[in-house]
Design a protein around this ligand. Structure first.
Ligand code: UDP
Ligand code: GLC
Length: 382
């Protein structure tokens, strides 16, 4: 099966890291078309997955854009759509991995008659998108997609609630290779040494810096934790959230947390960094569609505290495989960090249980098998 994957971003967000894993089995015959250049292209090249940057200029459909703004963006779409349509004729399926890719992919699918699959990785609600962009995605998916794969039941439910056609949706969880998440003790010690973390109880936050990812909630929580609790923040502002970065640094100064907080920026060595933490905290204040970092923490055998929103409820069984806290509640985060630390034996047992479950429930081999079956079922090719 020859697949033309489309993704709007050149950055290494969760949608892109997941797509690299989905595209891998097809690398002999597929193409990943990007609507922007960046480190994602390098990652695909390293993995020998064919990739091409298709847009000569960025597509200005913004998450919060209004109706006229969205319409205005169509002018710059024309040459891109023409290019994608021409390329698509050499493939069996157009596979859109993001919203802007859906816009381009839907028109190209209509013009080329090549079936369209939409891998929906966002919660289509007004907490994340303007009403116009939600409507646009729903309309295009309903009219042009043969199949909408969602990364969680929560993402599927939001799609249907917003008017999406339920019959074409299928839930497929992101998959991971468990062996990628093993770290040697010597690596952990080296990282702790480099970062000066020895003797501290280390809480890790692994997400791009963005207001809805709620890094500020962990900072606030930290102020209510004992002084030997330190935090590392791994991740960068991938989509231009510089104001938020400044706000976070200001908050650190205001709360007097300079000695207990480190911002490490984007890192490609997430696994040993997670392993160097005692606890991983996820603090999204808007519904998280899936939350790769939560499963990755489990696979690293690290206890997870996460917010009870969106797809997270499908990943964490409170008290069995982790802890859930209400979104935006810093005091509760501080409280649960303290409880976990005080009951360390049961905390470790929960992390072990979570690791076992994550290996079974979120295995990449299963994910890719499910996707292959769905593509066969929904997109009949000769
Ligand atoms: N990640 C990374 N380096 C960083 C921060 C995050 O490689 O510095 C990875 C992280 O391991 C995870 C992904 O980025 O695989 C983020 O995916 P998630 O689903 O948690 O959130 P998203 O950013 O897609 O909303
Ligand atoms: C999106 C979502 C994230 C999800 C990822 C991979 O980036 O924000 O929750 O884990 O896609 O599906």
């Amino acid at each position: 099966m020859n697949i033309l994957f489309l993704d709007q971003s050149g950055q290494l967000g969760g949608a892109e890291l997941s797509l690299a894993d989905v595209a891998m089995p097809y690398r002999e015959t597929c193409l990943v078309g990007l609507l922007a250049d960046g480190p994602f292209r390098h990652l695909l090249e390293q993995q020998h997955i064919p990739v091409q940057v298709l847009a000569t200029q960025p597509i200005p459909v913004r998450k919060d854009s209004h109706f006229l703004h969205s319409l205005g963006s169509f002018g710059s779409l024309v040459p891109l759509v023409a290019r994608v349509t021409k390329i698509a004729r050499n493939y069996d399926i157009i596979y859109a991995n993001t919203q802007k890719a859906l816009v381009v992919g839907a028109i190209a699918s209509y013009l080329s008659r090549i079936p369209l699959v939409y891998h929906l990785r966002d919660i289509l609600s007004t907490e994340h998108f303007s009403p116009t962009n939600c409507r646009l995605a729903i309309t295009l998916a309903n009219h042009f997609a043969s199949l909408v794969i969602t990364n969680s039941r929560a993402t599927q439910a939001a799609f249907i609630k917003a008017g999406g056609c339920s019959e074409i949706t299928e839930v497929v969880y992101n998959g991971f290779k468990p062996e990628r998440y093993w770290t040697q003790e010597s690596n952990i010690n080296a990282i702790k040494q480099q970062l000066g973390l020895n003797g501290q109880f280390v809480v890790g936050h692994f997400s791009r810096l963005s207001p809805w990812k709620g890094q500020h909630i962990l900072l606030e929580a930290l102020a209510h934790c004992p002084h030997d609790v330190a935090a590392i923040f791994v991740g960068d502002a991938l989509f231009g959230e510089q104001d938020y970065v400044e706000q976070l640094h200001k908050q650190v100064a205001e709360l007097g947390l300079e000695q207990r907080v480190q911002f490490l920026g984007f890192r490609s060595d997430v696994v040993p960094l997670m392993a160097a933490c005692d606890l991983i905290v996820h603090t999204s204040i808007a519904p998280e569609p899936f939350g790769r970092v939560i499963v990755e923490a489990m696979l690293c055998d690290r206890p997870v505290i996460a917010t009870a929103t969106g797809g997270v409820l499908e990943l964490v069984e409170p008290g069995k495989t982790g802890w859930l806290v209400p979104p935006g509640n810093a005091l509760e985060v501080a409280n649960v960090i303290t409880i976990c630390r005080q009951n360390w034996e049961s905390t470790r047992a929960i992390a072990n249980q979570a690791q076992l479950q994550a290996c079974e429930r979120f295995n990449l081999a299963t994910t890719n098998q499910q996707i292959a079956q769905l593509l066969k079922l929904y997109c009949k090719t000769d």
